[in-house]
Design a protein around this ligand. Structure first.
Ligand code: ADP
Ligand code: GLC
Length: 482
């Protein structure tokens, strides 16, 4: 099959969260299965690979509802995968991807609507007719509606769309002007199309028009059909239930593999854990934490966002640090209030907790490798990648029982000594405090169990091949060949 991934993030060019990791690794797994896979994303200013890019022809026409625009198409290769960039400076010559300093750009709907149309118009421009356009979250969520237009390029007459929900919480709202902007007719302004509560809801449109819908874990696929997790679109998802599939994300084991990770001072594996101690000592030194191989380190790497439940962690951190002999290594940025709270805790418990505000790829690898535990108290988590990375790196995850966290972590059973992490059911201060205490007690009082859990976690198979086969089945069903 010919498969075009349309995305707002793709590592190593543009990454804010897990979407950036998922796209290139899923694409590579599908390519290895023999498919012709390509990726298109906006050419943000932050992408400085331009020198390796070739310019594809003259500027191409982008058919907007109000008239034509011209965008430059650029092309490079990531492994065997062709990557196309849409260069259009009015919208993408900015420092951020979605915004700056914690604020989204006011014209995000215009920027990504334009990108969607450009991704469509790119296909005749490069004379390539994908069987599938695989769209991801609201920034590419107008593509399914555009493919439903009679006026789409002829080359796309047989093309089907897949919409993957990476996060139900961001819908992409726009005023009705979006329809005219995109050349979508008046009848798209309808509750059974894109209208919701007097606005255009891009995610809703994607859920209505996509040939098939996927989301990134089996549990989340069930959760989002409920009012609690559906963010107001649970009825649409129930209506489309037979076209909705949960497929768990995998891990790119070329990038996240402690045996070959170039960011680590020393590599290690389940068979040879010596390097992990060196990583722990290095982490303590780098972050100004007190020396001590016997003090368990709890890692946190996260966007600071309501979803991630770090406010709950902040509520209990002072007591944890006072009452338990533990250290915390925290990396992330986002909500300023959370940044301040964490910094304040660091100022009171120096040597025991380090808080690094920012985005730092190298440090994220070192924290996974040097920690003993990894904390993810997410309110909801469509899949989550960090808990998988942490298991592969021998840091046992402590997670709230939600979404992909349930599907990927096996709760420690004290009777059998089996498991790969610690799961708590209620997202409360006391549940999180007690679970951190449980992990800490396991570390100190049942070291054989701790080592057994660590080895089981490191041996878990999160490679993409199984999930890529599931996506292949969805694509075949979409084009009527299943
Ligand atoms: P989400 O996509 O909701 O943020 P995931 O767990 O799926 O959560 O993926 C997060 C990805 O972003 C991981 O690769 C993680 O290491 C990375 N990440 C998040 N915050 C930072 C940061 N401050 N510095 C480096 N990497 C980060
Ligand atoms: C989203 C979700 C996260 C998921 C990632 C990649 O950002 O919050 O749970 O792992 O997308 O699918």
């Amino acid at each position: 099959m010919k498969i075009l991934f349309a995305t707002s993030e793709c590592s190593p060019y543009a990454k804010v969260g897990g979407l950036g990791d998922v796209i290139p690794s899923l694409a590579a797994a599908l390519e290895q299965m023999g498919h012709d896979v390509r990726i298109v994303l906006p050419k943000y200013t932050s992408i400085n690979y331009v020198s390796k890019c070739e310019v594809v022809g003259d500027p191409m026409i982008v058919n907007m509802g109000y008239g034509t625009e011209f965008a430059q198409l650029l092309r490079t290769k990531h492994g065997n995968i062709p990557i196309y960039f849409i260069e259009f400076n009015r919208y993408f010559d900015r420092h951020g991807i979605y915004g700056e300093l914690g604020h989204g750009y006011h014209d995000n709907w215009e920027r990504f609507a334009f990108f969607c149309r450009a991704a469509i118009d790119m296909c005749p421009f490069i004379n390539w007719a994908p069987d599938i356009i695989h769209t991801n979250d609201w920034p590419t969520g107008i593509i399914p509606a555009l493919l439903s237009l009679h006026s789409k390029p002829n080359i796309l007459n047989g093309t089907k769309s897949i919409f993957t929900i990476h996060n139900m919480a961001h819908h992409g709202y726009a005023s009705k002007d979006l329809l005219r902007f995109m050349g979508l007719y008046e009848h798209y302004w309808h509750p059974f199309a894109m209208e919701a509560c007097g606005s255009v809801n891009v995610m809703k449109g994607a859920l209505q028009f996509a040939s098939k819908i996927t989301t990134v874990s089996k549990t989340y696929a069930e959760e989002i059909k409920t009012a609690e997790y559906g963010c107001g679109l649970d009825d649409v998802l129930k209506y489309r239930a037979k076209d909705l599939v949960g497929i768990c994300n995998g891990v790119d084991t070329d990038v996240w593999n402690p045996a070959i990770d170039k960011f680590l001072p020393k590599n290690f594996s389940a068979q040879s854990l010596g390097g992990k101690k060196i990583c722990k000592q290095h982490l303590q030194r780098e972050l100004g934490l007190a020396n001590g191989l016997n003090i368990p380190i709890f890692g946190v790497i996260s966007r600071f966002f309501h979803q991630k439940g770090l406010d709950i962690l902040c509520n209990i951190l002072p007591d944890v640090l006072k009452n338990m002999n533990v250290q915390f290594a925290v990396l992330g940025s986002g909500d300023q209030h959370l940044e301040w709270r964490l910094k304040d805790i660091m100022s009171r418990f120096g040597g025991q907790i380090s808080v690094w505000i920012g985005f730092d790829e190298q440090l994220s690898h070192l924290i996974e490798a040097g920690s003993d535990f990894f904390v993810m108290p997410s309110r909801y988590e469509p899949c989550g990648l960090n808990q998988m990375y942490s298991m592969i790196y021998g840091s046992l995850p402590i997670v709230h029982a939600t979404g992909g966290l349930i599907d990927t972590v096996d709760n420690y059973n004290e009777l059998t000594g089996v498991g790969t992490g610690f799961i708590f059911n209620d997202l409360t201060d006391s549940a999180l405090y007690n679970t951190i205490g449980w992990a800490c007690a396991t570390y100190h009082d049942r070291p054989e169990d701790f080592e057994k859990l660590r080895k089981s976690a490191m041996k878990k198979d999160f490679s993409w091949s199984k999930s890529a086969k599931e996506y292949e089945r969805v694509y075949l069903a979409a084009i009527g060949k299943s």
